[in-house]
Design a protein around this ligand. Structure first.
Ligand SMILES: NC(=O)c1ccc[n+]([C@@H]2O[C@H](COP(=O)([O-])OP(=O)(O)OC[C@H]3O[C@@H](n4cnc5c(N)ncnc54)[C@H](O)[C@@H]3O)[C@@H](O)[C@H]2O)c1
Length: 84
C-alpha cells in the first residue's frame, strides 16, 4: 500500500511541476519577484566573490546594504565606490 501511495504522490508531483513549468513563464516578472527598494539587506562575505556581487546587485535595486566581512581589505575602496 505504501508503494502505491508513494507512486501516486510522485505522479502528482510530476504533473504539478510540468504544469508549473508551463504556466510560470507567462506570468510577468514584476509579479514573480519581490520589490526590495528601500529595504535593508545584510550581506555577509560582501568583501569579495558572490557576496560582493550580491551587495552591488541589491544596491542597484535600491536596497540599503549593510556589508559584513571578516576581511577588511575587500570592504574599502572599490566596493564603497561601486555601492555609491
Ligand atoms: N564561487 C562558486 O562558484 C560557488 C559555488 C557554490 C557555492 N559557493 C559557496 O559560496 C560561498 C561564497 O563563495 P565565493 O566564491 O564568493 O567565496 P570568496 O572566498 O570569494 O568570498 C567569501 C567572502 O566571505 C568572507 N568571509 C569568510 N568567512 C566569513 C565570516 N565568518 N564572516 C564574514 N565574512 C566571511 C571572506 O573574507 C570573503 O570576502 C562559499 O561558502 C562557497 O563555498 C561558491
Amino acid at each position: 500500500m505504501g508503494v502505491i501511495l508513494e507512486a501516486v504522490y510522485n505522479l502528482g508531483m510530476l504533473f504539478y511541476y510540468i504544469l508549473e513549468a508551463m504556466v510560470v513563464p507567462w506570468i510577468p516578472i514584476k509579479y514573480r519577484s519581490k520589490d526590495v527598494s528601500g529595504q535593508i539587506a545584510l550581506v555577509t562575505g560582501a568583501g569579495g566573490g558572490i557576496g560582493r556581487l550580491i551587495a552591488i546587485g541589491l544596491a542597484k535595486l535600491g536596497c540599503k546594504v549593510v556589508c559584513w566581512d571578516i576581511a577588511k581589505q575587500g570592504m574599502h575602496g572599490s566596493l564603497a565606490f561601486e555601492l555609491d
